[in-house]
Design a protein around this ligand. Structure first.
Ligand code: GDP
Ligand code: IMO
Ligand code: MG
Length: 436
């Protein structure tokens, strides 16, 4: 069985919590795109973990974790995270952590280029995490990237650094930044690559063999559908494909071997960084936005930036369901809305007084959208930690059913708090089947 977990909105839907919860029933957890721009928080009793590069399954000592070929890996960030996780009492060995030989490396000049690119864009900046993600993917598509397997040869590593740096420095210097030096970069990266060597694996083959021996594999998406470089709110996106198709490419798994796709959806929406956000709570709804931000702890787990908050957008989520083919949805953060009198849901988009039925391709058009809202009565009661659907207040049940009807996909899991056991699994759902 192979299940993909995908964020349906603009990220931070609670993928980490759900992956951690599901990981118990799986043997392998693999990331397939992105890098340490992700921040997946997992709470287990008193311990808080923030996974950036490592799959959230790493917390379970008996699971094997994979960093797939579709990822971009900063070797320094990799070992910082490995060391941090070890400090938190988790054993991390090459036996249980495999890094694809085909993944690309994020180099120090990628970070510098991320900065210059944002600076160059000025008011139009993307608001990236400045981790070098975009420039590393640019090099990959430009066929000059350095793959993990290339870096294992010191001559190739040195040669590629020298060649790529020549080009990168031209831009870096143009923006008034000091040039970087190939020797320094080599001296920093080469020992890290050497330390990485035992983890390096032909991961697609590893996953294929695992599947053949009936191992259960969970593919953990980072970022989300509306940040997908093809399908998201371009250019305000990340540079990879978090959507379901990306899982096949980025883990090296045939599409027809994927058993199911689980969408992670928050009961409201957030966005970090720039870009259109039709249901954003603006000045007139600042109080509600602040309340949600505080109750939901909506601050970036990587950059600590306050997340922009907005109402649930059914148009955008239907679009995500269509693109990914969600078989089931995990609805997170129900408890965050516990104190609201009124909860709005965007059920349609209007542009210049006309209703539109598809998600616009152009970010400029998205900014002109007037959301059409339906207003639902808040339940004004505590749902935190609820584990049975029947124990939810009637109005909360109504809200969940309303969202499911709007998206057109079952809700198989409801999250009522950050902890593992603060979860409702819906009986007879597709999701429940995966849990068995
Ligand atoms: P991810 O990037 O999709 O993994 O999400 P993040 O970890 O960046 O952000 C989600 C945050 O919400 C984390 O701090 C989670 O611990 C927390 N969280 C997840 N599910 C719930 C929930 O149902 N209720 C509450 N209150 N917090 C949750
Ligand atoms: P998780 O996996 C939310 C956003 C950035 C920026 C855009 C491009 O925790 O959901 P990048 O550094 O990737 O080039 O930035 O994408 N972004 C995220 N937003 N959650 C994430 O990951 C994100 N990863 C990138 O804020 O707007
Ligand atoms: Mg996150």
């Amino acid at each position: 069985m192979i299940i993909v977990i995908i964020g349906a909105q603009w990220g931070d839907e609670g993928k980490g919590k759900v992956v951690d919860l599901l990981a118990d029933r799986f043997d392998i957890v693999s990331r397939y795109q992105g890098g340490h721009n992700a921040g997946h928080s997992v709470y287990v009793q008193e311990k808080a973990f923030v996974l950036r590069l490592l799959p959230s399954g790493i917390i379970h000592p008996d699971k094997t974790c994979v960093l797939g070929n579709g990822m971009v890996i900063d070797p320094k960030a990799f070992f910082e995270e490995v060391d941090q996780i070890k400090e938190q009492g988790i054993e991390v060995t090459p036996e249980r952590l495999k890094v694809s030989s085909r993944a690309h490396l994020i180099m120090p000049y990628h970070r510098a280029l991320d900065h210059t690119s944002e600076e160059r864009l000025g008011n139009e900046k993307i608001g990236t995490t400045l981790r070098g993600i975009g420039p590393a993917y640019e090099d990959k598509a430009g066929r000059r990237g350095i793959r993990v397997s290339d870096a294992l040869s010191s001559e190739v590593l040195r040669m590629r650094i020298e060649r790529n740096l020549e080009e990168a420095n031209r831009i870096i210097v143009l923006f008034g930044q000091p040039p970087l030096y190939a020797d320094q970069i080599y001296d920093e990266i080469a020992p890290l690559v050497e330390r990485l060597r035992p983890f390096v694996t032909e991961t697609s083959h590893f996953l294929a063999e695992a599947r053949k021996s009936n191992k259960k594999i969970l593919l953990e998406g980072a970022q989300a559908t509306l940040l997908d470089v093809d399908h998201g709110t371009y250019p305000y996106v990340t540079s990879s494909n978090p959507t379901a198709g990306g899982a096949s490419v980025g883990a090296g798994i045939p599409p027809h071997h994927i058993t199911g796709v689980l969408g992670i959806v928050r009961t409201y929406a957030t966005r970090v960084g720039e870009g259109p956000f039709p249901t954003e709570m603006l000045e007139d709804e600042e109080t509600t936005a602040n309340l949600i931000r505080e109750r939901g702890n909506e601050y970036g787990s990587v950059t600590k930036r306050p997340r922009r908050c907005g109402w649930f957008d059914a148009v955008a989520t239907r679009y995500a369901a269509e693109l990914n083919g969600f078989d089931s949805i995990a609805l997170t953060k129900l408890d965050v809305l516990d104190t609201l009198d009124e909860i709005k849901v965007c059920v349609g988009y209007e542009v210049d007084g006309r209703r539109i039925h598809t998600f616009p391709a152009v970010s400029h058009d998205l900014r002109k959208i007037k959301p059409v809202y339906e207003s639902l009565e808040g339940w004004k009661a505590d749902t935190i930690g609820t584990t049975e659907f029947k124990d939810l207040p009637e109005l909360a049940q109504r809200y969940v059913r309303f969202l499911s009807d709007q998206i057109g996909v079952e809700i198989g899991l409801i999250s009522t708090g950050p902890e593992r056991d603060q979860t409702i699994i819906l009986k007879d759902s597709v999701m429940e089947g995966w849990f068995k």
